[in-house]
Design a protein around this ligand. Structure first.
Ligand code: FPP
Length: 245
């Protein structure tokens, strides 16, 4: 399938809602945490495949603001898994010239997790091949409200005039200010929802829903998503004829 991909028409930015870890574990009669542990293998394969292809930005929804409401045992296990994965994978990221970045309410993460994340981000800050962006304690409504508060404060201080508030200024107040909007958003597990993820940024993204549960997501599934994306006509509100000319 890889040969069919047009490398000159790759999405620059792919965002992924990694869903189905819990159901995957349940199908095997195991605890949900077992699903998350196996989800890490799919993360590794997806990162590797995206970098090999030449994708420049890959954003993974690893933990939502709403996920804090899960049982304490599961939240703790996810934080531990994050710490151990970041610790284990930083060298591979460096060897492959991949930069680690994060979006979300990072201050709400446990200090050990924040520290590990910060160290890995600092160590990989100079890497240029691809940015791997983890959405952690992230929700889009939180991000948008946060931006609105910052803009309101700047207006109050007369640093910004209301007339200067436009899309580009608003973008600059989001966690994703340094990244282009994703052209492709993938969600696994057959669910067809956005779940408070990048609501502003996906205004014109192509959505792709895979039936695979996240721990089963493999190279070929990413290729299939990109091929599907490449078969679509992106009109951005224009007509087909306008796009063709
Ligand atoms: C959704 O499945 C998955 C999560 C909430 C966590 C995702 C975390 C990982 C894949 C592992 C850690 C990631 C990194 C980047 C180190 P779910 O639990 O909602 O599954 P369900 O819908 O079947 O219950």
């Amino acid at each position: 399938m890889k040969e069919k991909i047009d490398l000159s028409k790759l999405p620059r930015h792919i965002a992924v809602i990694m869903d189905g870890n819990g159901r995957w574990a349940k199908q095997k009669g195991r605890l949900r945490v077992f699903g998350h542990q196996n989800g890490v293998l799919a993360v590794r394969e997806t990162v590797e495949t995206a970098a090999e292809l030449g994708i420049k930005f890959l954003t993974l929804y690893a933990f939502s603001t709403e996920n804090w409401n899960r049982p304490k045992f599961e939240v703790n296990a996810l934080m531990e898994l994050l710490i151990s994965t970041i610790r284990k994978e930083t060298k591979t990221l460096t060897d492959n010239n991949i930069r680690l970045e994060a979006i979300g309410d990072l201050d709400s993460l446990p200090s050990g997790c924040r520290k590990e994340l910060q160290e890995a981000m600092d160590l990989t800050a100079g890497n240029k091949r691809m940015s791997l962006i983890l959405a952690l304690s992230y929700s889009s409504k939180w991000e948008i409200l946060n931006a609105v508060k910052k803009i309101a404060t700047a207006v109050e201080k007369k640093e910004i005039s209301v007339n200067n508030i436009n899309e580009s200024l608003f973008n600059s107040f989001l966690c994703t200010a340094n990244f282009p909007d994703p052209e492709l958003l993938i969600r696994t597990s057959g669910e067809q929802r956005i779940s408070n993820f990048l609501l502003w940024q996906i205004a014109y993204s192509e959505l792709y829903f895979s039936e695979k549960l996240w721990p089963d997501f493999r190279k070929e599934d990413l290729y299939a998503a990109i091929l599907d994306y490449q078969g679509r006509e992106r009109r951005f509100g224009k007509t087909s004829e306008q796009i063709a000319s």
